[in-house]
Structures are given as structure tokens and as C-alpha cells.
Design a protein around this ligand. Structure first.
Ligand code: HEM
Length: 228
């Protein structure tokens, strides 16, 4: 065998950097949600907030059910952190809202499509990681500010009843996200597989934007005083 000489491949940037860079535009679309803006500005009420909690309940049920099936998978299993689990927090938030006589809205069509896509990923561990990244890194980033704004806007205690979804008791966001990016960078993916995961990340963002748009369409018309 002759030793290879010269460069054999162009080094790619770390995968986590590619993910962030590739999704910047979609992230701006998510941030631009008129429903989220109205919600976090305090122009709505707890009933309008409950519509979002209802969508999250369906999405995280599908995402974490998938995580359960991947717990022992060599790729996806490394991302299944029990301390990220949101189902118990969402159940607590729904119970709090119900006790106030507020029922969550049914899943919108966009939410149902998102959950259906998640169910399709049972045979693709790296596809699960794409969705995991978009939701949990988002929750640990902008989600933290969103939770505080919702609490103060609607008379809840930040981190308390009704907004437990935004509380990660055993996670320190900054070091956790740094470690998480290292895990992404260590995924054994060749360039083609990286591209497939990048596409799935964009799809996950698209689902999230569509869910927020569906809430804008469903909820905002009931608040005529809200200029979007
Ligand atoms: C008003 C809405 C939002 C605001 C203000 C916001 C803000 C932010 C900020 C400031 C960061 C950077 C944090 C850091 O580097 O530590 C971030 C990261 C992130 N956000 Fe959002 N965000 C919003 C909505 C969303 C939504 C709806 C999603 C998708 C469900 C999302 C997904 C993400 C992800 C995946 C990251 C991590 C990017 C990376 O570093 O790889 N965000 N967000």
C-alpha cells in the first residue's frame, strides 16, 4: 500500500457551527412570529397562552416518545438527557391552567404534521437529533427569556406554576449548550449525512414556524385590539 500524499478532503467547520449558520434565516422567521410577539408583549391572556402549551404537549409527547425508543442507540442515545424531559412540566402547566378553568386548544394541523414527522423518524437516529437540537437548544436559549416574559405579563411567578415548561432544574444553560455542541461535533456523520441532518434541522424549524403561524391565525383574531 502506498501512503497517501496531499490533502484528501477539505476540512468542514464543526458540525454545530454548520447547524447554527445554516439555520440563521429560519431562526429569524421563528423569532418574527406575530403570535409570540403578542404573547410576550402581554397583549394576550392566559387562554391564548394555553393554546401554545397545548401544542407543546403534543410535540414533546412525540419527541420524547421517540427519545425513549432511542435511549440505547449509540448516536441518538447520547442526546437523551432525563433532565431535559418536558412532558412532566407540560402536564403540570396544563393542570394549573385547567384549575383556572382554562382548557388548552386542540392541536392545529401544523402541530399534527410536526408530530407525524417525528413519528416517522423511529428508524433514523440522526434525524431525531436534528429535532432534538431545534427544540431543546431553543428552549435553553431564547426560550428562557420567553418564559420570563410570559410569567410577568400574565401575573405568574417566573419559574413557577403555569410556566414550568421553561424551567430546567438540573441544567446550567451555558455549560450544557457548550457540551451539547461538542456532542453534535462528535457525531459520526460523513458529509452527505451531515447534509441530510442539516435539511432535517431546517424542516424542524419550518414545522415550528408553521405551528406559530397556525396559532397566529387561530388565536389573534379573537383579540381585535392586538395589532400584529
Ligand atoms: C422570540 C423568539 C425567540 C428569541 C428571542 C430567540 C432567541 C435566541 C437567542 C438569543 C439565541 C442564542 C443563544 C445562545 O447562543 O446562547 C437562540 C438560539 C437558538 N434558538 Fe432561538 N429564539 C426565539 C425563538 C426560537 C424558536 C421558535 C426556535 C425553534 C423552535 C428557536 C431555536 C433556537 C435554537 C435551536 C438555538 C441554538 C442555536 C445554536 O447556537 O446552535 N428559537 N435563540
Amino acid at each position: 500500500m502506498t501512503p497517501q500524499s496531499g490533502p484528501t478532503a477539505t476540512a468542514l467547520p464543526p458540525f454545530s457551527a454548520r447547524l447554527r449558520e445554516r439555520s440563521l434565516r429560519m431562526h429569524r422567521d421563528a423569532e418574527g412570529s406575530t403570535y409570540l410577539a403578542a404573547l410576550t408583549d402581554g397583549r394576550l391572556d392566559l387562554t391564548a397562552y394555553a393554546a401554545l402549551v397545548g401544542q407543546h404537549a403534543v410535540i414533546y409527547q412525540a419527541l420524547e416518545q421517540l427519545g425513549d425508543t432511542f435511549a440505547d442507540d449509540p448516536i441518538a442515545g447520547r442526546f437523551v438527557f432525563p433532565e431535559l424531559a418536558r412532558r412532566p412540566q407540560l402536564e403540570a402547566d396544563l393542570a394549573f391552567l385547567r384549575a383556572r378553568g382554562i382548557l388548552p386548544a386542540a392541536p392545529t394541523e401544523a402541530t399534527t404534521r410536526y408530530a407525524e414527522r417525528l413519528a416517522e423518524l423511529a428508524t433514523w437516529p440522526a434525524g431525531f437529533v436534528a429535532h432534538h437540537y431545534v427544540r431543546y437548544l431553543g428552549d435553553l436559549s431564547g426560550g428562557q427569556a420567553i418564559g420570563r416574559l410570559i410569567a410577568t405579563a400574565y401575573g405568574l411567578v417566573p419559574g413557577g406554576d403555569g410556566v414550568r415548561f421553561y424551567v430546567f432544574d438540573d441544567v446550567k444553560a451555558k455549560p450544557f449548550k457548550d457540551e451539547y455542541r461538542l456532542l453534535l461535533d462528535a457525531m459520526p456523520l460523513d458529509e452527505r449525512e451531515q447534509e441530510e441532518v442539516l435539511d432535517e434541522v431546517l424542516l424542524a424549524y419550518k414545522f415550528n414556524v408553521e405551528v406559530l403561524t397556525s396559532l397566529a391565525e387561530q388565536v389573534l383574531p379573537q383579540y381585535p385590539q392586538v395589532a400584529s
